[in-house]
Write a new protein. Structure first.
Lengths: 221, 221
């Protein structure tokens, strides 16, 4: 029967920004095929219990990293007879974002070796076609980040404008002019100043902000 | 075994613009389940022969409509136990575009009843969750059309600027100012004027153009 039914799986590119670097979570495979290679967290679809492939993706993240993410989005489907030595496989790729302050806790959540790998210098070797998956998810993330509220999912609940600008710059890889960035934010009604809440040294403490859920910031590319 | 292996299929939302209306190709189902309902062209993945789900999608179009499309793009994956009475199903949705001059030939290419249905007034009833699929594909198409060269896939090889503007307006549903539209096209090096080739009546014949493959026209939304 193996050849007649494809393997169906969900894989997740979970991104964060650490040390001003865009990073993706990789797990070192314990088992064959490709034991020792680094792979995205993923799981096979369980038709008996998974209500959808998004459910499969969330289950994979929870089982392998104990992470629950608010925002999970489909990127693309990878399919073909040569992707996996176990048979014809259909892999649905999702991406998700984790705020930097939650990222260190993920590493080491399981006995399995876990790494937040710089997307520009991935760990080697990468399993299956996951290098291609990461490249596509990164491209999608960069496209989205310039027009949507995605950077907020990478920030802590309260953040400074400098942190907000830094996340934009890290994900897109493009420096932004500080004064024009701030000017554009001035009319953003969904960005809320937290009166009396400051962060940082005694000399130049920085104002903290939070975003309301519908925050949507349009960056000109 | 049926419950343990999902059904995997590709479905295609094939769009055209006819009578200044954005239309999607629907086929009336001959067989159960949902005989008589209107559905997108689709096919089950054949792991023995399909190199990928895009291959499945192209095979479905060729078999059911005799259409071969240059541009086919993934939209999303629909999955779950309740989508299809035959079992847990994973449906990968693609969209494709067909120039208006090729569209009339599609209708009637098979004995099966075929319709180019106005996306705003779809035929009824629609099979499975294909109404949701069409809505999502239409949204994606509208997003893409403002930033990419997609309208060209809806135009004949040679077209007038009035035709180009009309396709933009029909797909996005937004009227455009003629003079600013033309002004923006003036610097578009990938749009080639066909010297001496005109179309239309003796009084006001219109200049014909063609696009080179890398043509990319950015619409401000």
């Amino acid at each position: 029967m193996k050849e007649l039914f494809p393997i169906v799986a969900a894989d997740v590119a979970l991104f964060t920004v650490l040390e001003e670097t865009l990073r993706v979570l990789l797990l070192q495979r314990d088992n064959e095929p490709q034991a020792g290679a680094w792979a995205l967290p993923g799981a096979l679809l369980k038709p008996e219990t998974d209500l959808s492939l998004e459910h499969t993706a969330r289950r994979a993240l929870a089982a392998k990293t104990r992470v629950e993410v608010p925002h999970l989005e489909q990127v693309a489907v990878f399919s073909g007879p040569g992707r996996d030595p176990r048979g014809y496989s259909v892999g649905v790729l999702f991406y998700a974002l984790l705020p930097a302050d939650q990222a260190p806790a993920v590493a080491g959540a399981k006995a399995m070796d876990v790494a937040w790998s710089d997307v520009a210098h991935l760990k080697r070797p990468i399993a299956f076609d996951h290098r291609e998956m990461i490249a596509l998810a990164t491209t999608r993330l960069r496209q989205k980040v310039v027009q949507l509220a995605l950077p907020l999912h990478l920030l802590p609940a309260k953040f400074t404008l400098t942190q907000l600008q830094s996340v934009f710059e890290t994900v897109t890889g493009k420096p932004l002019d500080k004064s024009s960035f701030r000017r554009r934010l001035r009319d953003e009604k969904n960005l809320v100043k937290l009166h009396g809440e400051l962060e940082g040294g005694a000399n130049r403490p920085a104002q903290l902000y939070r975003a309301i859920s519908s925050f949507r910031f349009e960056m000109k590319s």
